[in-house]
Design a protein around this ligand. Structure first.
Ligand code: HEC
Ligand code: HEC
Length: 346
C-alpha cells in the first residue's frame, strides 16, 4: 500500500514537471479543471521520457504469509458469508478469469445491482476504491459488499458467528497463528487481495527496456495515448485508479440505468461540485474486463475509446488511431496473479 502511494506521488511529481499539466495534491479528488495539453502536441524525447515515468510497471507482490493468504482466499470464495448463502466475493470477482464479472452490472443476493463490477486484480495499487472513489482503504471497502442489500446483505457479527463455529476455519486460522476476530477476518481478506498483482505485462516489459515486447502497432498506440492526452488522467502503476474526474467534459454522459441516473461521487456526498465525478478507471488487464464504464454501457474497447475521445477530450479519432490504441491496451494484459495457482494446487 505504502509503495503504491509513493509510486502515485512520484507520478504526480512527474506530471508537475511537465509544465503543461497542472495538478496539485488538493486538486486530486475534486477538481473541475481538466489538466489537458493545450499548447500543441510536440513531443521531444525529453517529454516522452517524462510521460513514461507517469506510467509505472506493476511491482511484484511482497512475500506472502501463505497460511494467512489461504484464510483470505477461502473467505473470498465462501458463499456462506452472504445472507442467503448464495453469493461469495468470487461470484462477482471471478478469480479464474479477470477478477471481475462480465455482466454490465452485478447481481447479488437480492437481484440486480447498479454498477459494473470492478476487478480485484491490482486493486491494492488504486488510491481510492469504488467507481465513485468513496473509500480510501481496502479494509473500509469491505463494509460495502458485506452490507449492501444488492450484494451480500450480511453483517460482520453474522460472519464472525459463522466463521468461529466452523471447524474448517478453526483449522485455517490456527495454521495462520491468528485468533478468529472480526479484525482478523478483514485482515485475511485484505492480505489476500494485496497479493493479486499482475506484473510482467508485455507493456511493463517494454517500459523496462525490452523494446520488442510489444508490437509496433501497440507502440503507435502508446504514442497516441500520450499525445492525445489519455495519459493526463490514466497514469500511475494502474494507469488509472488514482484521480477523480468528471465523466463527460465535452458532452453529457448521464444515462438512465434501470431508472437510476448515476451521479458518481455526488450520489455519495450530495455536493454539487462532485456531480458526475468518477474515479479514472485502471486500464490494467482492460482487454479482459468488458463491458466498460460504471454501468457497463460499452461492450468493446473500440466503443469505450471512442466515447473517451469524444466526452473527455472533445476529439474524434481516426479509425487507425483507435486500432492502435486497442493494440496498446491489449499489451497491458498479464497472466492471472501467480499466487492463485499456488492456492488452487495446495
Ligand atoms: C453482487 C456482486 C458483488 C459481490 C458479492 C462482491 N462485490 Fe466487490 N464489487 C462489486 C461491484 C459492482 C463493485 C463496484 C461497486 C461501486 O463502485 O459502487 C465492487 C467493488 C469492489 C472493490 C473495489 C475495487 C476498486 O478498484 O475500487 C473491491 C476491492 C471489492 N469489490 C472486493 C470485494 C470483496 C472482498 C467481496 C466479498 C467480501 C466483494 N467484493 C463482493 C460487486 C460485488
Ligand atoms: C478527463 C480524464 C480522462 C481522460 C482524458 C481519459 N479518460 Fe478514460 N476514463 C476516465 C474516467 C473518469 C473513467 C471512468 C468512467 C466511468 O465512470 O465509467 C474512464 C474510463 C475509461 C475506460 C473504461 C475502463 C473500464 O474498465 O471500464 C477506458 C477503456 C478508457 N477510460 C480509456 C481511455 C482512453 C483510451 C483515453 C484517451 C483517448 C482516455 N480514456 C481518456 C477519465 C479519462
Amino acid at each position: 500500500m505504502l509503495n503504491a502511494r509513493i509510486a502515485i506521488i512520484a507520478a504526480f511529481v512527474g506530471s508537475l514537471c511537465l509544465g503543461a499539466i497542472v495538478i496539485s495534491a488538493s486538486d486530486m479528488f475534486s477538481h473541475d479543471h481538466f489538466p489537458i495539453h493545450e499548447h500543441g502536441h510536440s513531443h521531444d524525447n525529453g517529454e516522452s521520457a517524462q510521460n513514461q515515468s507517469l506510467v509505472i510497471p506493476i511491482p511484484t507482490p511482497e512475500p506472502a504469509d501463505f497460511e494467512l493468504i489461504k484464510v483470505g482466499w477461502t473467505l473470498f470464495n465462501d458463499p456462506n458469508l452472504s445472507s442467503n448463502k448464495s453469493v461469495s466475493c468470487g461470484t462477482c470477482h471471478n478469480l479464474k478469469t479477470n477478477g471481475a464479472q462480465i455482466t454490465p452490472v452485478s447481481h447479488g443476493v437480492k437481484g440486480q445491482g447498479k454498477r459494473n463490477s470492478l476487478t480485484v486484480f491490482n486493486v491494492s495499487l488504486n488510491y481510492r476504491f469504488f467507481w465513485d472513489g468513496r473509500t480510501n482503504s481496502l479494509t473500509k471497502q469491505l463494509d460495502g459488499p458485506i452490507h449492501t442489500p444488492t450484494e451480500m446483505d450480511s453483517s460482520w457479527q453474522n460472519i464472525h458467528a459463522y466463521v468461529s463455529s466452523s471447524s474448517t476455519y478453526q483449522t485455517l486460522f490456527s495454521a495462520a497463528k491468528r485468533p478468529i476476530t472480526i479484525n482478523d477476518i478483514k485482515f485475511a481478506l485484505v492480505s489476500f487481495q494485496e497479493q493479486l498483482l499482475t506484473p510482467h505485462s508485455p507493456f511493463d516489459q517494454f517500459l523496462q527496456g525490452k523494446e520488442d515486447a510489444i508490437t509496433p502497432q501497440a507502440q503507435k498506440g502508446w504514442e497516441a495515448f500520450q499525445k492525445i492526452g489519455c495519459i493526463n488522467c490514466h497514469q500511475g502503476s494502474n494507469i488509472g485508479g488514482s484521480l477523480m474526474q468528471r465523466f463527460g467534459y465535452y458532452s453529457d454522459t448521464a444515462e438512465p440505468n434501470g431508472g437510476w441516473v448515476d451521479t458518481g461521487r455526488h450520489a455519495f456526498t450530495q455536493k454539487d461540485i462532485d456531480m458526475h465525478l468518477f474515479r479514472v478507471a485502471s486500464l490494467r488487464n482492460v482487454a479482459d474486463t468488458p463491458p466498460y464504464f460504471h454501468d457497463g454501457r460499452a461492450a468493446t474497447l473500440k466503443k469505450a475509446i471512442n466515447i473517451m475521445a469524444d466526452v473527455q477530450l472533445g476529439v474524434t479519432l481516426e479509425p487507425e488511431t483507435v486500432s492502435d490504441l486497442v493494440a496498446f491496451l491489449h499489451s497491458l494484459s498479464a497472466p492471472r496473479p501467480h499466487i492463485l495457482e499456488e492456492l488452487e494446487r495446495d
